[in-house]
Design a binder for this molecule. Structure first.
Ligand SMILES: [Zn+2]
Length: 104
């Protein structure tokens, strides 16, 4: 565990989360006052395909989605497993949100 200066009491100690040491984190968790200390990590970055095949599959996924293909049809067309389809769905949603925020 990395050592930090506690965001609550300013004493050095083992980092638990939110910039707090284990003792202060536990105390704030028990007292329901953890929201006074913001999370220090952002959301994990979305996976996006980098290979030519991956980008082709993502484009194909987007086209199938636009054509309102059923989930079974998308799985069949892309020849991917359920988990891979979920990854492409998340990557597709991610591109949609970044395009929207870029346009705004
Ligand atoms: Zn503390």
């Amino acid at each position: 565990m990395p050592t930090v200066t506690c965001a609550c009491c300013g004493r050095p100690g083992n980092h638990k989360a939110r910039g707090l040491t284990t003792a202060c984190y536990t105390r704030h968790r028990v007292n329901h006052t953890l929201d006074r200390y913001p999370r220090t990590l952002g959301a994990a970055a979305a996976w996006t395909p980098v290979s030519a095949r991956g980008r082709r599959l993502l484009a194909q996924y987007a086209a199938l989605l636009a054509a309102k293909a059923s989930p079974a049809r998308i799985r069949w067309e892309l020849s991917l497993g359920e988990r891979q389809i979920q990854r492409y769905a998340a990557a597709h949603r991610h591109t949609q949100t970044t395009e929207r925020s870029a346009a705004a």
